[in-house]
Write a protein of this length. Structure first.
Length: 203
């Protein structure tokens, strides 16, 4: 059985959490769903506590036993990771194991390498990684062909971001590609508004 990776980006953690909850409610196993949110994506994400004795390396998180958001089983496993080029993120699911395993974080560009390794197109992976760096949340699902229609419909329910439109908006603001050697993102409200305006103009 051929498995595919289906991804969707959300500007708010709450929308991503609702999506994860709906996916589980539709029978998609929690083990096949992942969520990756910028540490500053909102109060629910900030409430996840960093382990007292985190391991060193590109991935420094551990599972945290606190259910957040939609009450989905997936979200009960949220933990903190430090991802090159992004900084601290809160994440759960199969993508966490990919990021944390076999030196992926350091050797393959962290999230960018994990996404392209899972079959996401490179240009989309750059947009996803940069968007998370700037505060967005990604939901990624592993599924067979029979499930794709159901998953796509669910992912469209809660205000998903069109990756092509977001990429155009970012490039219009001067961005070129995700840099896994960059530090955590800091931006002015004026720049964020400019990106939102460019995005909305292209929808």
């Amino acid at each position: 059985m051929v498995m595919r990776t289906i991804t969707s980006l959300y500007d708010t953690y709450d929308d991503a959490a609702r999506t994860a909850g709906d996916l589980e409610a539709a029978g998609i196993p929690a083990n096949d769903i992942s969520i990756v949110a910028n540490r500053g994506a909102g109060p629910a994400v900030a409430a996840v506590e960093e382990p007292r004795h985190a391991a060193s390396g590109a991935a420094t998180g551990a599972t945290v036993g606190a259910a957040v958001g939609a009450g989905a089983a997936l979200l009960a496993g949220l933990g903190i990771l430090a991802i090159p080029g992004i900084g601290p993120v809160v994440a759960a699911g199969w993508l966490v194991a990919t990021l944390a395993g076999a030196g992926t974080g350091a050797a393959a560009g962290g999230l960018l390498g994990a996404l392209t390794g899972a079959g996401v197109k490179e240009d989309e992976a750059h947009v996803y990684a940069e968007s998370i760096r700037r505060g967005a949340t990604l939901v990624a699902v592993r599924a067979d062909e029979m499930q794709i229609g159901t998953i796509d419909a669910i992912m469209r329910r809660h205000n998903p971001v069109d990756a092509n439109v977001r990429g155009s908006a970012l490039r219009g603001a001067g961005w070129t590609a995700f840099d896994h050697e960059a530090g955590p993102y800091a931006t002015s409200e004026a720049e964020q508004q400019r990106i939102r305006d460019l995005h909305n103009h292209r929808i």
